[in-house]
Design a protein around this ligand. Structure first.
Ligand code: NAP
Length: 230
């Protein structure tokens, strides 16, 4: 059976991805920084639970040790993310960027590093990084796209960094399937439920990337409709 771990799975896209991957037959570790909310969500869906705060070295390593003591790991979904401060560009401080990067960028590196030994023992390791169209230079400079009207420093640049991390990890582990996905604008707490997609639609690309066969693509960026330009 395929074993999958999802960060930030207590709600939103991570929660729906857990539900769908369990339905697809995966043995899923739902993780969350809040142990009560996370454990409750996992119990409701019939998943395993381990506390994991992507900004905390000890929490991430303890989670990796817990998983290693119980199961292997085939699929890692780096879903946890924050918008961070939404200051106007001239007012944005380095500390605001650092806060956002701590979760959206450094958190992903921390989690991948901790789970690499486990993934390396899988026959078909998969990493799914959940990015955004806001991280695409092509999308955010296309005047026909909504993303080009949303101007900020923290979130967009953190997701651009995540895109590059994904590309570099994919080159480092060519036998693994390591891709980055854009869920699309989806109604979750991240955007005050203003997104036009349902969480089912928003998890299509995540589920696709998490269920790729060993001959599937790696080092690519896609959404539910297909390739996204970097
Ligand atoms: P959400 O409903 O706000 O969920 C975000 C999840 O990340 C929550 O479980 C949250 O936990 C968790 N999280 C935040 N900081 C964390 C940390 N330090 N450690 C562990 N977990 C942490 O948002 P969402 O829309 O589902 O977002 C999921 C991913 O999709 C994010 O990476 C986001 O950037 C991306 N995305 C979303 C959209 C969209 O339109 N919704 C579009 C493009 C990309 P708490 O409940 O404890 O805060």
């Amino acid at each position: 059976m395929t074993t999958t771990l999802i960060t930030g799975a207590n709600k939103g896209l991570g929660h729906e991805a857990a539900r769908r991957l369990i339905a697809a037959g995966h043995d899923v570790w739902m993780t969350a920084r809040d142990p009560e909310r996370g454990a409750r969500a996992a119990e409701e869906l019939g998943a395993r639970f381990v506390q994991l705060d992507v900004t905390d070295d000890e929490s991430v390593q303890t989670a990796a040790d817990t998983v290693a003591g119980d199961t292997g790991l085939d699929v890692l979904v780096n879903n946890a993310g924050i918008t961070g401060a939404r200051s106007e560009v001239p007012d944005t401080t380095p500390d605001e960027l650092r806060d956002t990067y701590e979760t959206n960028v450094f958190g992903v590196v921390r989690v991948i590093r901790a789970f690499t030994p486990l993934l390396a023992r899988s026959n078909a390791p998969i990493v799914v990084n959940v990015s955004s169209g806001m991280g695409s230079l092509a999308v955010t400079t296309d005047p026909d796209r909504l993303e080009s009207k949303l101007v900020g420093l923290s979130y967009p640049s953190s997701k651009s960094a995540l895109n590059m991390l994904t590309s570099q990890y994919a080159k480092t582990y060519p036998e693994w399937r390591i891709n980055v996905v854009d869920p699309g604008y989806t109604a979750t707490d991240l955007n005050g439920r203003s997104g036009h997609q349902t969480v089912q639609e928003g998890t299509d690309a995540i589920v696709e990337a998490a269920t790729l066969g060993p001959d599937g693509p790696t080092g690519t960026f896609f959404n539910r409709e297909g390739a996204v330009a970097w």
